[in-house]
Design a binder for this molecule. Sequence first.
Ligand code: BGC
Length: 369
Amino acid sequence: MNTRMRRAAVAVAAGAMAVSLAACGSAKESGDKSDSSSSAKKGDAIKVGLLLPENQTARYEKFDKPLITKKIKELTNDKGEVVYANAKQDASTQNQQVDTMITNKVDVLIVDAVDAAAIKNSVQKAKDAGIPVVAYDRLAQGPIDAYTSFDNETVGKTQGEALLKALGSKAKSGKIVMMNGSVTDPNAALFKKGAHSVLDGKVNVGKEYDTKEWKPENANSNMEGAISALGKKKIIGVYSANDGMAGGIITALKAAGISVPVTGQDAELAGVQRIVAGEQYMSVYKPYAPEADAAAEMAVALAQGKALDTIAKDKVDSPTNKAVPSVLVPVTSLTKENIKDTVIKDGVYTVTDICTTAYKADCDKIGLK
Ligand code: BGC
């Protein structure tokens, strides 16, 4: 676990977390503000600016955006409005999007930063304009008021442990390739750190890359480079930081006739289908609903001048700010064996979503019906 994180509820299961978040729908008034003054200031008709970093990874527009929007509506009797912008991996676009939202007088911002350092001045500008900021999933620098994410070092450890398990006694019989995420994303550094903490000394890393902008196409060309540098027969496994990149990596592996365990993250539908088909070994299932709900709860509370203490039980330090009120949601390793108990149980996908014609036979084989 990230040593900077002081966590209050380490062992809370994802389901229990969802329930407890749902249960604290109305945050308490902070001591120094009376009911009437804060609700007179900001009632339910609040405007929430939502800034997401990219749209190539499926989660953002398929899960994060609709889930956050739904929760904001729910918490504001349908009167809250969400203004959305996607930066498509461009940090300066995202800074402009913040400027526009400040001009449009949003009441609060939820920001998933393209570049956690480059967003710092924008966070400060929002703060100066009296607009609170919730950092979403990636720990933005600057004076943020709250943060929600997963324990990202644990995500990396989970990936590393799964890869070791898949390799078994063959772990040192060849080389693995490590495909990390973008250097502008602090989560990528934590995934990488967590993965190295379990893999180092137990495997030989033949090649390692930080993937520009998390792009699957960049992971694909890096994988092609690794295959020609190391040779087809030497590669025994690939650490991929997420499912999007795993897609690009597996395309390159298939083209070279290589079939080895590959990790992932996000439980994207395409990733889950590759797991069913035996092309990808695992993904990390991060339940997006509790993360999105926490962001919505904290944003609404901040916009309405309410305290966060009933919602945010954790504290996290960023490179610029100490003890940021936070909600960290637990994660689960997703393999063939537990598809039913995770994404299906939580209603993320139905069996029909996963077991399309192309995957029907593979689904039958693992009893996914
Ligand atoms: C998120 C991952 C995502 C990646 C690429 C990370 O910050 O935590 O879920 O796959 O960014 O967008």
